[in-house]
Design a protein around this ligand. Structure first.
Ligand code: SF4
Length: 310
């Protein structure tokens, strides 16, 4: 059996009562946009953003959620034998709409056959107290996860990538969500411009003040047509090597509580959109290198949290 030095998300799902079920996420487009694109916070979006690359349903804006779910779950049932589904509002900012619209969309998703929960990806500045009340209510009857993009705890970095939110805004939302009955997932990116291992470690430690259930981490990758591509082409941005990424990933996971499920440890883009680095498409290669890194260090997820492995 392959050694696992981190807590895979599947184990967290098993703890949630889905032990003998094949639960898979069905990515959805809820028709949202983003305040960093429509001019409310900024224009142009994050320098690396191209929703076509990280959201396979980016073109489904006008298709009803129930139909997206029916088609997505049928595909997964046929191709990978999945039998339960999490409706995943992945495209753009999944809480960026009036509360009435959010309630209609989330309830429509939860009413679909074999759907056991919803997962909502969003920005920390797009979560209102009313949204939190709604998620708390929904979580009484379903598995609900709110996924908040932080990327880095450094405001200087967030400015550089045009995130148009600060660490304090993330902190305020985490404070509001704490103990409200639904799961929290934090999203980080390694290899952001101007950052190195000391930034990754500090970002991981900055999360210690909250209880959250899962994490997604991936290397910054350059996608065709983005502002980051221009920085890459001019030599201003140099992507991480796989060794640098794996070392940074181990640094972060050592500082993440052992109870936190790792939903993602790498990410890529479709071949026709990915500019660099090519290695990020090799998920097994990253996983094997990570396990070897932990083995070499004699460490594992949670071994360097401030109060030891939790
Ligand atoms: S917050 Fe997300 S959707 Fe909005 S610009 Fe940034 S990456 Fe794109």
């Amino acid at each position: 059996m392959r050694a696992a030095y981190h807590k895979p998300y599947a184990r967290l799902l098993a703890e949630r009562g889905f032990a003998n079920l094949r639960v898979r996420k069905v990515p959805l487009h809820g028709g949202f946009t983003c305040p960093n694109l429509d001019g409310t916070k900024a224009r142009g979006g994050c320098t690396y953003c191209d929703n076509r690359s990280f959201s396979p349903v980016a073109g489904s804006r006008t298709v009803p959620v129930s139909r997206q779910l029916a088609e997505g779950s049928a595909f997964m049932r046929d191709h990978i034998g999945a039998d339960r589904f999490i409706a995943y509002f992945q495209a753009f900012s999944g809480t960026y709409a009036p509360i009435e619209r959010l309630e209609t969309l989330y309830r429509e998703a939860l009413a679909a056959p074999s759907v056991v929960g919803i997962s909502i990806g969003t920005r920390p500045d797009c979560v209102t107290p009313a949204t939190i009340d709604l998620l708390e209510e929904l979580s009484r009857g379903a598995f609900v996860t709110l996924e908040l993009g932080l990327q880095s705890a450094f405001d200087e970095t967030l400015r550089r990538i045009n995130r148009a939110h600060t660490f304090d805004e993330f902190a305020a939302t985490m404070d509001l969500c704490a103990g409200r009955g639904f799961d929290l997932c934090v999203h980080l990116i390694l290899g952001l411009p101007g950052e190195g291992p000391e930034h990754y470690r500090a970002t991981a430690l900055a999360l210690e003040r909250w209880r959250y259930q899962s994490i997604k981490i991936h290397p910054l990758h350059v996608v065709r047509g983005t502002r980051l591509e221009a920085e890459y082409a001019s030599g201003k941005y140099v992507p991480l090597t796989r060794d640098e990424y794996v070392s940074g990933l181990a640094d972060v996971l050592e500082r993440i509580p052992a109870t936190v499920g790792v939903q993602r440890f790498t990410a890529d883009a479709p071949l026709n959109l990915l500019v660099a680095p090519a290695w990020c498409r090799d998920k097994n290669g990253v996983l094997n290198a990570l396990n070897l890194e932990f083995q070499g260090r004699g460490s594992r997820q949670g071994s360097r949290t401030r109060d030891g492995a939790r």
